[in-house]
Design a protein around this ligand. Structure first.
Ligand SMILES: Nc1ncnc2c1ncn2[C@@H]1O[C@H](COP(=O)(O)OP(=O)(O)OP(=O)(O)O)[C@@H](O)[C@H]1O
Ligand SMILES: [Mg+2]
Length: 584
């Protein structure tokens, strides 16, 4: 082997290293905005103005009235690992500034056309211009105290990365979300966000925490929150949680902070939800705002490239404390509520209400009826007509028994068969929807009264991403300015179908983690739809509906479990029965 073919370890050129770092620190315009605003806040700004064009793809500009930099620092700031905030690794413990790596500015400058304009009080300003990491110009300029960073053509020299940017609407929303989070963390600082010339956020400086919450999340949502204050062991918690009666399956906002620093943690949000116990329906997602205070040595903030996650020394203890704190804040409210309490949404009765047991039941009002579709039973809807020969019914035995309004039981030549009605229906719908998605549209029903829904940013993204699939199954959705969408038409897979609820839950699933592991987007969509549209356990079914459901189930080609891997069919074989009764 000749030595010339041997691979060698090479120290990367700085420019390449910066571009790699940029990939971790700056993923999209919103992450650049986050870094720049954090720098502004670290510099003691009282007002920060953010302006973007085309979702930040063409322009991002962040101006502050903070300390500014002198010329030497302005040039130094663009060098990798140049930071004024820490000088030794030990300083990382308990670091109180947002920045500490000295990585953000050089990383951003390496993948954009970058201008830094900065001035200390009563000093001549400095302008530094950088193109793709190369400093082109350093010179005098005019500016009052503070700093303006302008980024044009983000990722102009890394097309692979540029390709991953989402639509303008989606990137704009992500920037808005990032600014809102920072605004919540810093009630004293004023924020202004301008997108394509329009003011999207105008948040005045010097607000108190709850005042700030109302300006950022809106008075309406803020009005449904109650304060929380709790301390146990090493943790002190402060914040707000939503009243159980106001929790909904979608539109939730959840914001966590540790010692004032925003972070994300799905499991801690879950812990807070656990504190609601049975006070909310299983699909409801309460809004919450929690600041965890603990000794800085008990949390590591340097575990995520974009500082979005943190690590706790005692996370089990923290989860337990959060759950206790929520329960404590809700107090009496939780003790008195129970699962299955039906409570109408304000101003409507869209959720199905079931008559008490007996006979062929009908919901008082279903989504389908609300959409102007007269009540029918589960299977004579807009789907294919059933039309099965009577002989085939014999296959399911003469007698069907409905156990707990959830399991359909019958005798087969092999033994006793029990079918879970929800998972069976889910399988049937899943196949049907996959077919519709591949072959084109399903019939839908126009709403007599279109439904307007208020969604959060992730949900709006989910609607945008799945717009085509939604319309293929029959949901005709139209954006309606701000965070609202209008549902003009909905599918009607069966008359007990509550279109609005199904839509909300689907969007929540698609935007959350529930089906995130599904690689194929259409399959994921179909599974979400099937799960949400299927008749639930506990719903009384008529005999005809049960027979038809079985009939369709046994014509599907899916494996004998539902989309979540739970069993659809359980059999008790003749042999098993005989063994149990000692006949064998
Ligand atoms: N808006 C600003 N006003 C004043 N000084 C700034 C501003 N932005 C950056 N600086 C200075 O430039 C340095 C480099 O900023 P940069 O964001 O790259 O690193 P950092 O904030 O120290 O760490 P991190 O990479 O974790 O953000 C900062 O340490 C700070 O001294
Ligand atoms: Mg920084």
């Amino acid at each position: 082997m000749s030595s010339t073919t041997r691979a060698r370890i090479r120290v990367l050129a700085d420019a390449v290293a910066d571009q790699i770092a940029a990939g971790e620190v700056v993923e999209r315009p919103a992450s650049a905005v986050k870094e720049l605003v954090e720098n502004a806040i670290d510099a003691g700004a009282t007002r920060v103005r953010i302006s973007i064009e085309h979702g930040g793809k063409t322009l991002i500009e962040v101006s502050d009235d903070g300390s500014g930099m002198d010329r030497e620092d302005a040039v130094l700031a663009l060098e990798r690992h140049a930071t004024s905030k820490i000088s030794a690794a030990a300083d990382l413990v308990g670091v109180s500034t947002f920045g500490f790596r000295g990585e953000a500015l050089p990383a951003i400058a390496s993948v954009s056309r970058f201008t830094l304009l900065t001035a200390e009080a009563d000093a001549i300003a400095t302008e530094v211009r950088v193109t793709g990491g190369r400093v082109d110009h350093v010179g005098d300029a005019a500016r009052q105290r503070g700093t303006t960073v302008t980024i044009r053509g983000l990722f102009f020299n890394t097309p692979a990365r540029r390709k991953f940017l989402r639509s303008v609407g989606s990137e704009t929303r992500a920037v808005g979300e990032a600014v809102m989070t920072l605004a919540l963390a810093h009630p004293a600082v004023g924020f202004e966000l301008i997108a394509d010339g329009t003011t999207r956020l105008g948040i005045p400086p010097a607000q108190g925490a709850s005042e700030r919450l109302a300006s950022v999340w809106g008075r309406e949502l803020a009005g449904t929150l109650i304060p929380l204050q709790f301390a146990a062991g090493a943790f002190a918690l402060e914040g707000f949680v939503q009243r159980p009666a106001d929790a909904r399956p979608t539109g939730r906002r959840a914001q966590l902070f540790v010692n004032g620093r925003p972070f994300r943690d799905h499991f801690l949000v879950r812990a807070a939800e656990a504190g609601y116990r049975s006070a909310i329906a299983p699909g409801d997602r309460p809004s919450l705002f929690l600041d965890v205070r603990l000794s800085p040595g008990d949390v590591d903030v340097n575990v995520h490239p974009a500082k979005l996650e943190v690590r706790f020394r005692d996370r089990i203890g923290l989860e337990r404390t959060i759950e206790d704190a929520v329960r404590h804040a809700l107090g009496e409210l939780v003790a008195s509520a129970s699962v299955g309490d039906w409570r109408p949404m304000p101003g409507e009765a869209a959720r199905p209400v079931w008559d008490p047991r007996g006979g062929e039941q009908r919901p008082l009002q279903t989504g389908a009826e609300r959409a102007g579709i007269p009540g029918r039973d589960l299977f004579d809807p807009l789907g294919q007509p059933a039309g099965q020969p009577p002989a085939e019914e014999a296959r399911f035995g003469a007698a069907l028994h409905h156990l707990f309004d959830t399991y359909i039981c019958f005798e087969s030549p092999e033994g006793l068969v029990m079918v879970d009605q929800h998972s069976a229906h889910e399988r049937v719908l899943y196949e049907q929807v996959m077919e519709q998605l591949q072959q084109g549209g399903a019939p839908s029903q126009r709403m007599l009264l279109p439904i307007t829904l208020e969604l959060n940013d992730e949900e709006l993204d989910a609607v945008e991403v799945h717009r085509d699939a939604l319309s293929r199954v029959g949901f005709e959705v139209e954006p309606f300015g701000g965070r609202s969408v209008i549902l003009h038409a909905v599918p009607a897979p069966h008359p007990r179908f509550d279109a609005e609820r199904c839509f909300r839950e689907m969007i929540a699933d698609l935007s959350g983690g529930r089906f995130a592991g599904w690689a194929n987007r259409l399959e994921r969509f179909a599974a979400t739809y099937a799960c949400r549209a299927a008749v639930t356990g506990g719903a009384p079914l008529g005999e005809r509906e049960m027979r038809e459901l079985l009939h369709r189930l046994f014509r599907t080609s899916l494996p004998p479990h539902d989309v979540h891997g739970r069993a659809t069919i359980v059999q008790l074989s003749r042999e098993e029965l005989e063994r149990r009764f000692g006949r064998r």
